[in-house]
Design a binder for this molecule. Structure first.
Ligand SMILES: [Zn+2]
Ligand SMILES: [Zn+2]
Length: 274
């Protein structure tokens, strides 16, 4: 490549970043979650109050799937497992999430999923990296794999929101990103809301490994935006395991708490599953 062209290519992102920062100073945009005026120049279009309201999950939770416990009795058990993990239904070894699926989080996920707010993906990746740093042994991995979208959905949206989190996370952890390992072979049905049973049924066998992919004994960090029923992560983990993965740890930004009511606040619409 010609030296000048290389120089120009290197310059563009820096230049664009400077423009973004200048633009936010000249035209203060409202926070995309609470609509308060943003007073500081940041690449994330969310105010600091909203960002700090997205707090890490700290309560007692199921040792395996990370499901927050509502009952103190379950939490006090010597091996705290939820009713699903006691039946050993999940194919992943462990699942952890950064924060609860609160109204602010629902809006943040919408920004990531439908508005491609890439800097928010990077911010979430930093939170997930902190989660990994707190439990490095249990969450150790060799590769990072985002939950894939069906090709029709990917074409329609133009990007995969799970990859907006997985890519900066892989970079932070110094691990290779392997987006091409998994494919979604069956699209989600058109129906907008799915029941719990339907969620499980539609994703069962909907993911597969690319035929040429080799993952013998690899430890996989599987990344998605929201853990709702765990059906998607389970289906992906099943495909990875079948292909010989040594361990599958699922990481998501948000976790639907058992008592969470969708549409709890007016104007907050739950993002549809992919
Ligand atoms: Zn705000
Ligand atoms: Zn569990």
């Amino acid at each position: 490549m010609a030296p000048f062209r290389r120089f120009a290519l290197g310059l563009v992102p820096v230049f664009r970043e400077t423009l973004d920062a200048l633009a936010s100073l000249v035209f203060p945009a409202p926070c995309r979650i609470c609509e308060a005026t943003l007073t500081t120049a940041s690449r994330i279009p969310v105010c600091s109050t909203c960002l700090t309201s997205l707090k890490p999950l700290t309560g007692v939770a199921c040792q395996k799937c990370g499901r927050p416990f509502v009952s103190a009795v379950a939490a006090a058990a010597p091996q705290p497992l939820c009713h699903l993990c006691r039946r050993d239904i999940y194919n992943f070894d462990l699942a952890r999430s950064f924060a609860a699926y609160t109204d602010a989080m629902v809006r943040a996920i919408v920004l990531l999923k439908y508005h491609e707010v890439t800097p928010l993906g990077a911010w979430f990746a930093a939170r997930l990296a902190e989660l990994v740093a707190r439990d490095p042994e249990a969450l150790a991995a060799d590769v990072v794999v985002p939950v894939p979208l069906h090709v029709s959905r990917l074409r329609e949206r133009g990007y995969n929101q799970a990859e907006l989190i997985a890519r900066p996370l892989a970079k932070r952890l110094g691990l290779p990103l392997r987006s091409y390992l998994l494919v979604r072979t069956r699209p989600r049905p058109e129906k907008l809301k799915l029941t719990r049973q339907e969620r499980w049924r539609t994703v069962r066998g909907a993911y597969a490994m690319r035929s040429e992919a080799k993952i013998d004994k690899l430890r996989v960090l599987l990344v998605d935006d929201v853990f709702t029923t765990g059906a998607t992560l389970d289906a992906c983990a099943r495909a990875l395991r079948k292909a010989g993965a040594g361990r599958v740890v699922a990481l998501t930004v948000a976790r639907v708490a058992p008592e969470w009511q969708p549409y709890a606040s007016p104007g907050v619409a739950e993002p549809a599953e992919d």
